[in-house]
Ligand binder design. Structure first.
Ligand SMILES: *[C@@H]1O[C@H](CO)[C@@H](O)[C@H](O)[C@H]1NC(C)=O
Length: 339
């Protein structure tokens, strides 16, 4: 019984092999035919798309164009990376405009809720970002990680994209559960983005429980210019992360220039952190910073410095930008603005 079955199987196998071997000679012809067919289909679809655009049927054009670009339309409101995502991330403005005209949804999202605008900002492609915003892209869109296009622009240091977004009504300050653009820009030393954010009204002392203030972030990441800008804009020099002051962070990093800057702006050298330590106690032993702090403690403060801090405190953070309009000799004005 089993022998018969084996014989039968053997005979069918040899029987199948013969026509297959015969087909082998035609395989190149088949591939060529298939290729020509696919090319024909693609060309006809493309022609159809243009036909529909001319006739003004954009929805149908988008559907056909989607087929043309071989991306699968998913059920529901999201699609995986659309041609718009690709064009935006590569900064291909012309392709992007064409796709928008063809009626592709500028707010289509990937499974991670990434929009084409997110991609344009991550690639520092401001013209693409502008084209998307003009076509109605949501400037406040948020990915599953809470990242907004503005956060992406700040992460890569794209000043132009940051401006495009803020000019078009993007939220300058993140919601509590979202990553914060100003902290991101500060931590990476993207001075330009930070400046634009402050101009558009981001709170200079914005406090995030696990990160602290932007000034504290600048001290941890040793971004001196960012720290200087924040302090000039009136950042509270004492405010860090819970009890840790910015001076503690700078001392711990042995960043003498930062320590000096903070002290110039009136940082309290006797502030205590969560473990009741003073800045000089968190500085690495026998480091330059420790020496500097010990020396500073022993020296009397300059009267001019004390006067400056007193005046700035009286003026108040909200009115610091008006200092330049005070009818004072320009040298005193510059001194008051730390310039
Ligand atoms: C973005 O959010 C801000 C702040 O909540 C709001 O004022 C603005 O209208 C929003 N923009 C859009 C386009 O939804």
């Amino acid at each position: 019984m089993s022998d018969a079955a084996q014989q039968l199987a053997g005979s069918t196998a040899t029987g199948d092999n013969k026509p297959f071997a015969a087909q082998l000679s035609n395989v190149y012809l088949s591939i060529l035919a298939l290729f020509c067919f696919k090319l024909f289909v693609k060309i006809s679809l493309n022609l159809l798309t243009y036909f529909y655009i001319v006739r003004g049927n954009r929805k149908e054009a988008a559907r056909i164009s989607a087929e043309f670009y071989d991306y699968a339309q998913q059920r529901g409101s999201w699609t995986d990376r659309s041609p718009l995502h690709d064009a935006a991330s590569q900064g291909r403005l012309l392709a992007l405009r064409t796709l928008i005209v063809q009626g592709h949804d500028v707010n289509s999202v990937t499974i991670d809720q990434v929009t084409p605008l997110h991609e344009a900002c991550l690639g520092d492609h401001a013209p693409c970002a502008r084209a998307l915003v003009d076509a109605g892209a949501d400037v406040n869109a948020s990915t599953v990680d809470g990242a907004t296009p503005l956060w992406n622009a700040c992460a890569v240091g794209s000043v132009a994209c940051t401006e495009v977004l803020l000019e078009n009504g993007a939220r300058a300050q993140s919601l509590p559960h979202q990553p914060s653009p100003i902290h991101e820009a500060t931590s990476k030393g993207h001075f330009g983005c930070m400046e634009v954010l402050l101009t558009w009204g981001t709170d200079v002392d914005m406090d995030i429980p696990h990160l602290g203030t932007p000034l504290y972030t600048a001290c941890v990441c040793q971004e001196l210019e960012c720290a200087r800008k924040l302090l000039r804009e009136g950042a509270n020099v004492q405010k860090g992360k819970s009890l840790d002051s910015p001076l503690h962070a700078a001392a711990e990093k042995d960043c003498t220039a930062m320590v000096k800057l903070l002290l110039d702006f009136g940082a309290d050298i006797n502030a205590r952190d969560g473990e009741c330590r003073r800045p000089v106690e968190v500085a690495p032993p026998s480091s330059l910073t420790e020496g500097f702090l010990l020396l500073y403690e022993a020296m009397p403060r300059l009267l001019s410095q004390l006067c400056r801090q007193c005046i700035r405190t009286c003026v108040g953070q909200d009115r610091l930008h008006l200092l330049c309009h005070l009818p004072l000799p320009s040298r005193i004005r510059s001194f008051l603005q730390y310039q």
